[in-house]
Design a protein around this ligand. Structure first.
Ligand code: HEM
Length: 229
């Protein structure tokens, strides 16, 4: 039995010596968390969304805004992968991590329950626009966003989901946090593909990719902040 198949969803790469490029991306991402968000975080929390999730006060209205905007981001990412500007993106088709259809189901569920689903707002639209432009000119930098957006949802996203479910959704579980198949295996497959694609990159390419992490955090945080609005 390989390590990948026995991996528990919450037991992931813990940093230390980077063995593949994904470890490097993860190390950079973990450092950008606040200490309140994750054990490996190094930043001081300032904004409300940087505080410990336990202390959050999400609202249903805000959470719906978050879902609508994050869907704009996933729709765009998944369209980019479907019609790739660079052949390397093709590796990331049908990974099982796709979220667009799941989010569509969730928003339909809210609509059927009589909740008003808002229009997309600037945080989601701005990130989607940035991703589209970046994907056409800088595949290394784009891949950084691909990694962060999908992996953030399976880590911090699920912590947030639990809190939101308890506090405002009467413990209902959204499709956004359900995957067809074993999540740990899906993630491992994507890590392997990311490592493979990055094998052909120069150190300069890798550094440019790692340097995008901060931009990804900045955009993503604006969208997460909607939950608390
Ligand atoms: C991992 C929490 C936001 C990207 C993690 C982990 C935690 C966490 C606890 C560690 C999971 C583990 O290894 O066991 C949070 C919380 C956030 C947040 C509470 C609040 C908003 C973000 C943002 C991004 C991000 C904005 C980037 C856009 C990542 C990535 C990992 C991670 C890439 C590594 C996942 C893996 O190795 O599988 N996060 N995070 N997170 N987070 Fe976040």
């Amino acid at each position: 039995v390989s390590a990948a198949t026995t991996e528990k969803p919450w037991k992931r790469y813990t940093g230390g010596e980077a063995k593949g490029f994904v470890d490097e991306m993860r190390l950079v991402a973990m450092k950008l968390h606040t200490r309140q968000q994750a054990q490996e975080g190094e930043k001081e929390a300032k904004a409300p969304e940087e505080q410990h999730v336990e202390e959050w006060e999400p609202t249903l209205h805000g959470y719906l805004k978050f879902l609508v905007d994050i869907k704009v981001v996933y729709d765009t990412l998944e369209q980019i992968i479907e019609k790739p500007s660079f052949p390397s993106y093709g590796e990331f088709r049908n990974t099982g991590l796709e979220r667009s259809e799941k989010l569509a189901k969730d928003l339909k569920w809210f609509e059927e329950k009589g909740y008003g689903v808002p229009e997309a707002s600037s945080p989601g639209v701005a990130y989607a626009k940035y991703l589209k432009q970046l994907s056409e000119k800088d595949p290394q930098a784009f891949i950084c966003h691909f990694y962060n957006i999908y992996f953030a949802n399976t880590a911090g996203g699920r912590i947030i989901a639990k809190k939101v479910a308890e506090k405002i959704l009467d413990s209902s579980e959204l499709e956004f946090y359900k995957w067809d198949g074993e999540l740990s295996q899906l993630l491992q497959n994507v890590r392997d593909k990311l490592n493979k694609v990055a094998e052909n990159w120069s150190r300069e390419d890798k550094n440019r990719c790692l340097g995008e992490t901060e931009i990804s955090f900045k955009f993503y945080r604006e969208i997460v902040r909607l939950m608390l609005s």
